[in-house]
Design a protein around this ligand. Structure first.
Ligand code: AGP
Length: 615
């Protein structure tokens, strides 16, 4: 969950490193630091706890020459509190090697004991520092920087992404990807090269990138990128062009990435849908399914996995699969799936949902599925994300870079991708006639404009947001397709406004949660026309009978529930499979508004990071 950047080339490295760290700050932001090297190999390290602005202040006061290479890091603390000393980069005992790292060295205590017994003294509490010492010792044993990193990697357990520099090789960066920790992206320029943990820090400079795969290493100098495997043998890794406009990553006229990305949903959905289907002829074209396309007809069961918001998308995907493909389906939290010994086999299709493609629990769950011979398809928003390398096929969403820690446009884009995949599976199973495929495609094609219309009216949430911003606790309730949306609405609210919010299947209320309802207790209820409306009306009445206050999301023109609820918001009348998507968009807006009223940092909520690449 940390951010890593590196640069080598003719430009002054420090401004490039700082720009990259700001681009990655959403990944983790409790401390930051840079190491930069002058042409003679002497390097300086400046690092601070706190936001990147503190690092920038420290650098502003530091007299230095232009530097031609450097590495930087923004941290989400795993070992050791956020302090100046624990901030990255870290050096070896003789200050000859400097390292930044994303991941967890699971055997760091054992390594620390061994190094300490050999006379090494540690200056920090971090696991990362063990890497710096190991690399430096390997160089003292005669290795060059990259082979020293390979030697050190052989001692490390767990998943890591590492970038190192050495005074012995001015201008050279060595990078490594071990396991499923956050990726290593290498951006290739003209006479300069960039290394980062995420596309967001590379795209402003170049769109020609390559991704290191598990247990690959790279020697990066201004004019060359040399990729090798764990044995040091060359790997043919060619850069490819990533079609994302870097300018889209900036906030534009919006105060926050989260609001920008909420408002981008019509475009994100349109781009995604256009990449998945054609209207004339009415076809579902999942071009990146690869060999998975030919195996869909044999699928007898589907397990959908994900974490957080992507799990909620997977839960909705389950409904789509059973409805449109007629195949038994279940959705599971990837961190549970990977340990429960799932009964799966080659007739099981495992669908992973991950906008980043880097979530460690999802990747580990996919490894379990691979070991059982399952067919795997991943829904991913990141070109070349690790899940796309593990799965047999990919359904890419085209939502563009999502920087807000709270996932919004990627969630709704995942829903339309899952809808298209479910129809593709139904078609392969002979379950859907051409007329139903056409109708499904027409449903998708209407979504972007329906969402645009919805967003034009979201400012009427103001009163509800003001009232809810005073709450200490709240419930989100839904039935059927609205149940996963209730879960998602609660997650959005809790992660950006810090209000304790729980999502529930409304049918659960009598089995315990209704004990929470006291006068004034707020609940948000998804009460659209296809969300088991009569049952939901009964839930609303039971809440109000105990003094609870209800904000109901209703279908356009539903005067009965508008009258019944304490407050309501009307959603457009859409095909029932798309009601959850409409409700989710409004719940994103609601969470954003409440968080702003409460003065929360919506783009970088406390304790969170955009991608969970370590356990
Ligand atoms: C959602 O708002 C959170 N940021 C988080 O739950 C996120 O959805 C989860 O970590 C999964 O991320 P992924 O889609 O990149 O796998």
């Amino acid at each position: 969950m940390c951010g890593i950047v590196g640069y080598t080339g003719p430009q002054d490295a420090v401004p490039i490193l700082l720009e990259g760290l700001r681009d990655l700050e959403y990944r983790g932001y409790d401390s930051a630091g840079v190491a930069f090297m002058s042409r003679d190999g002497a390097f300086s390290i400046i690092k601070r706890a706190g936001k990147i602005s503190r690092l920038e202040e420290a650098l502003a006061g530091n007299q230095r020459d232009a530097s031609s290479a450097g590495i930087g890091h923004t941290r989400w603390a795993t070992h050791g509190k956020p302090t100046d000393l624990n901030a990255h980069p870290h050096t070896g005992a003789n200050n000859r090697v400097v390292v930044v790292h994303n991941g967890i060295v699971e055997n760091y205590a054992e390594l620390r004991r061994e190094l300490t017994s050999n006379g090494v003294s540690f200056s920090s509490e971090t696991d990362t520092e063990t890497i710096a010492h190991l690399v430096e010792q390997a160089m003292e044993d005669g290795h060059d920087l990259t082979s020293a990193l390979r030697a050190a990697a052989r001692r490390l357990e767990g998943s890591q992404a590492i970038v190192a520099m050495s005074a012995a090789e001015p201008g050279v960066l060595a990078a490594a990807r071990l396991g499923n920790a956050g990726g290593v992206v290498i951006g290739t320029g003209d006479g300069e090269n960039f290394v980062a943990s995420d596309l967001a820090a590379v795209l402003p400079h170049t769109q020609r990138v390559l991704f290191l795969a598990d247990r690959q290493f790279a020697r990066v100098s201004p004019g060359e990128v040399r990729v090798t495997d764990a044995d040091g043998d060359p790997v043919d890794a060619r850069p490819k062009n990533v079609p994302i406009d870097p300018m889209s990553a900036l906030k534009g006229q919006y105060p926050h990435f989260m609001l920008k990305e909420i408002m981008e949903q019509p475009a994100a959905l349109s781009d995604t849908i256009q990449s998945l289907v054609t209207v004339e002829p009415p076809e579902i074209r999942l071009d990146d399914l690869g060999p998975a396309a030919g195996r869909l007809a044999d699928v007898e069961r589907v397990v959908l996995i994900g974490m957080g918001t992507s799990l909620h998308a997977a839960m909705l995907g389950r409904y789509f699969v059973e409805r449109y493909a007629g195949v038994p389906a279940e959705a599971d939290n990837a961190s549970e799936f990977r340990y429960r010994g799932p009964v799966i086999d080659e007739r099981t299709l495992v669908v992973s949902v991950s906008q980043s493609g880097e979530t460690v629990d999802v990747l580990e769950a996919m490894n379990v599925a691979s070991q059982q011979g399952c067919l795997q398809i991943t829904i991913c928003n990141t070109e070349g994300g690790q899940t796309t390398r593990v799965a047999d096929g990919t359904v890419y969403t085209r939502a563009g870079l999502e920087r807000g820690v709270a996932s919004t446009k990627c969630f709704t884009a995942s829903l339309v991708a899952l809808y298209a995949l479910a129809m593709k599976l139904g078609e392969a199973k002979g379950r859907l006639a051409s007329g139903e495929i056409r109708a499904g495609i027409e449903t998708l094609v209407r979504v972007p404009e329906d969402v645009a219309e919805l967003l034009r009216g979201e400012d009427s949430l103001g009163r509800a947001a003001r009232e809810l911003s005073q709450a200490q606790n709240m419930l989100f309730l839904g039935r059927g397709l609205a149940y996963p949306v209730a879960m998602e609405g609660a997650l959005k609210m809790k992660e950006v406004s810090y209000i304790h919010a729980e999502g529930y299947a409304a049918g659960e209320m009598k089995h315990g949660p209704i004990a929470l309802i006291a006068p004034g207790f707020p609940s948000v209820v998804i009460a659209t026309r296809n969300a088991l409306r009569q049952k939901i009306i009964a839930n609303i009445e039971q809440l109000q009978a105990r003094g609870g206050r209800v904000l109901a999301l209703i279908s356009e023109g539903d005067a009965e529930i508008r009258t019944l609820a304490d407050d309501s918001f009307e959603l457009p009348n859409v095909e029932d499979a798309m009601e959850p998507l409409m409700a989710a968009v409004i719940l994103q807006c609601l969470a954003y508004r409440v968080a702003i009223i409460r003065g929360c940092d919506v783009d970088q909520p406390r304790n969170l990071a955009k991608t969970v690449t370590v356990e």
